[in-house]
Write a protein that binds this ligand. Structure first.
Ligand code: ADP
Ligand code: ADP
Length: 224
């Protein structure tokens, strides 16, 4: 599967031109989208996730014409937004079960199996019955990625996942991402150069709504 973005533009009602003719081709594996605050990263991620409409352009994921077939895209998408709310009184496993149903994992045993694996993978097994209101920032992010991985997505978008994490939690989180699998398209959006350098065989730089550079870190990131 490959994600192809062509000539994507978006101007908000307030006149901000957040995306200006973005062209990107993203293959399976980890891809870094690097850019400063205000570059347009979240706008691009939300557009790919079908949460907002661009003014023009096309997005193709494998056989799916994303802007025409939003439901088809959502069925294969795992999205960890920059900010997400969790009901503080619910337990981690309760929340995962709830989202699994929304993702269409209807079989109870299949849900339980996926949740067990994801809790283990995200190192939250011991906290599964605890209310998430008491979770640390790192635990919440790990639960967020577990939610994103429900339903075995083929396209995974994580938007600024390491912002606000301490170094230990950050490494734990990045290791988790690197384990997701090479046959999936994973887009890591971040303003942190090291996240991309450590994890992404390919990356692009977005600034002012334009792609300034695409390539591999060993070729380009040293000069950033
Ligand atoms: P990044 O994720 O790289 O920080 P954003 O996509 O959030 O960039 O923002 C790009 C630009 O668009 C910024 O100038 C931001 O203020 C503006 N912007 C983002 N969302 C909206 C919105 N809903 N309405 C108006 N302007 C927005
Ligand atoms: P980011 O860090 O990704 O740029 P922000 O914290 O700037 O995100 O934005 C959070 C929310 O506010 C987003 O939903 C974004 O669309 C919206 N937003 C950002 N900038 C503006 C703006 N200038 N006017 C209206 N909404 C905005």
């Amino acid at each position: 599967m490959r994600l192809t973005i062509r000539d994507l533009s978006k101007t908000y009602p307030n006149g901000v031109r957040a995306l200006r003719g973005v062209d990107l081709t993203i293959h399976t594996g980890m891809f870094g989208l690097l850019g400063p605050n205000g570059a347009g990263k979240s706008s691009l991620m939300r557009t790919i996730a079908t949460l907002q409409e661009p003014d023009s352009g096309t997005i193709q994921f494998g056989p799916i014409d994303v802007l025409r077939h939003k439901t088809a895209l959502r069925e294969v998408l795992g999205y960890l937004p920059q900010e997400f709310g969790l009901y503080p009184n619910l337990s981690a496993e309760h929340i995962l079960d709830h989202f699994a149903v929304l993702k269409g994992v209807v079989d109870v045993r299949e849900r339980r199996a996926q949740i067990d694996v994801l809790l283990e993978q995200t190192n939250l097994t011991n906290a599964r019955k605890k209310a998430v209101g008491g979770f640390s920032g790192g635990m919440k992010q790990r639960l967020g990625i577990a939610i994103a991985l429900l339903g075995r997505p083929r396209l995974i978008i994580v938007d600024e996942p390491t912002a606000g994490l301490d170094p230990t939690e950050r490494h734990r989180f990045l290791n988790l991402l690197s384990d997701i699998g090479q046959d999936v398209v994973v887009i890591l959006s971040t303003h942190i150069v090291e996240d991309v350098a450590e994890l992404c065989p390919n990356f692009a730089i977005l600034a002012g709504g334009e792609i300034l550079y695409t390539g591999a870190p060993e070729a380009g990131i040293a000069g950033l």
